[in-house]
Design a protein around this ligand. Structure first.
Ligand code: SF4
Length: 448
């Protein structure tokens, strides 16, 4: 059981030195109990107290990793019920299902889609990370080549799915260095699979037939010394699976229930035959609260919106996505190329730079640090105003890269042009760009 704030307080030094960032040891203890502080923030906790406090300071949902190399899927580690409270930490992994009963051409097609369906957005590569390999044949002889193929041809984090313990053992042997998820321990096989998971240091999924059954199997695995567990309550309708996801998260966070303090796996692929409905079900579990989402197949039209939804939900709402302040050359500009200035909100940068690229007019884009605020918000906050922009342009070094002295500002902040000209001095000319980035291409083509 997790410790209460008062129990934690008794183990702290009680000097109220404030080095942990809060005024008293009691306040720190309360934060620790609520999962809002890290034990390491107090440098004075004794080793003995540390051992006792480790349980209380652990995240209520255990973080774990599946996969290896650059494509490690981290799941769990969540500390809040709602994204606006803090942030969601580890985005769910998307898996494509491949069965060993599928024809070779279908397997090839799915592996190809896994490798090719990737998208660049706001400077990030959005991609699925996982392949769920299903031993539907029940035959180890058919499962092993499939595991070998998926492992050698992709960097996927693998999920090995079988009701046949021998097939799972054979699959793990082939792919242990890839740290696959073994799926799934049940009432009847949990002991053998716990040993297999421990021997190969792999996480183990549980497939139960109710939340109660899930807790019971989880307790047995914890007792057997297993740490990395993934939960599947077995529900296969949207309503029940959603209810279970919420119940697991609430139980882990609010009741500090260690039996259910693990990430979950969901199977929209087993909830409907309609690809559109499957995408909608998956979208529900991106928001609440899956660790892994297994889809029957990947198609661009449904995968891309899911990847974007995941990006949006798992972006920290308290930290805007920002670019580094600096000079960004677009399309090999020279000393005669136009100079534009904008803010460092990532989305603004990517829209503006995309429009400049489309114009095929090589340009210098000056990106000013406005703490990730967009153009109008930064202007309203006094961060993207004439004197500040002028100071930035003078210090940016752009004067050494171009021989002209003209800068184009976003039309939405035309009001700053006077102050900016004053700050830059008579040498410089400020030109008002279009109000909308969408009109930038035409603006540049017409000579800026
Ligand atoms: S750093 Fe440790 S000793 Fe100091 S106030 Fe915080 S909890 Fe107390």
């Amino acid at each position: 059981m997790a410790l209460t704030g008062i129990q934690i307080f008794k183990l702290l030094p009680k000097t109220n030195c404030k080095e942990c960032g809060v005024p008293t040891c009691l306040a720190f203890a309360m934060n620790l109990a609520a999962g809002k502080a890290e034990l390491s923030s107090c440098p004075y906790v004794s080793e003995e107290a540390k051992a006792q406090l480790s349980e209380a300071s652990a995240p209520p949902i255990r973080p774990l990793a599946i996969g290896s190399g650059e494509n490690v899927v981290k799941i769990g580690g969540e500390t809040v019920l709602f994204r606006h409270e803090k942030t969601f930490v580890n985005k769910p992994g998307f898996a494509i299902l491949i069965s060993d009963t599928m024809p070779e051409s279908e397997i090839e097609g799915r592996l190809k889609r896994f490798k090719e369906l990737r998208y660049e957005r706001v400077g990030l590569i959005l991609r699925p990370e996982m392949i769920a390999l299903k031993n539907e044949s029940g035959d180890s002889g058919k499962f092993e080549p499939l595991v070998k193929k998926a492992k050698s041809e992709t960097d996927a984090a693998l999920i090995l799915m079988s009701e046949n313990v021998e097939a799972l053992a054979a699959g793990v042997k082939i792919s242990a260095d890839r740290v696959p998820l073994i799926y799934a321990a049940t009432e009847s096989n949990w002991e053998v699979l716990a040993n297999l998971a421990k021997e190969h240091h792999c996480p183990l999924g549980i497939k139960a037939n109710s939340l109660e059954n899930l807790s019971q199997i989880s307790d047995k695995l914890i007792e057997a010394g297993l740490k990395d567990i993934v939960l599947d309550p077995g529900s296969r309708t949207l309503g029940k699976a959603f209810e279970d996801e919420v119940a697991i998260r609430r139980s882990a966070l609010l009741q500090k229930n260690r039996s259910l303090g693990f990430p979950t796996i969901t199977f929209p692929c087993e909830m409907t035959d309609d690809p559109m409905k499957e995408a909608l079900i998956a979208a529900t579990f991106v928001a609440k609260y899956a660790g892994i989402i297994v889809l029957s197949d990947f198609q661009g039209e449904s995968l891309f919106p899911l990847l974007v939804e995941r990006l949006n939900i798992y972006t920290d709402p308290q930290r805007p996505m920002m670019m580094e302040q600096g000079i960004y050359p677009i399309g090999n500009p020279n000393e005669d190329s136009p100079v534009l200035v904008t803010v460092n909100f990532s989305l603004t940068y990517f829209i503006v730079s995309g429009e400049i690229e489309s114009s095929r007019i090589p340009s210098w884009l000056l990106v000013m640090d406005t703490e990730g605020l967009s153009v109008l918000t930064a202007w309203a906050a006094g961060k993207f105003v004439g004197d500040a922009i002028g100071t930035f342009i003078k210090k940016s070094g752009i004067a050494e890269k171009v021989k002209h002295r003209q800068v184009i500002i976003p039309g939405a902040v035309s009001v700053v042009s006077g102050d900016l000209e004053e700050e830059l001095g008579p040498e410089w000319k400020v030109k008002i760009g279009p109000r909308e980035a969408a009109h930038l291409t035409a603006f540049l083509k017409m000579g800026g």
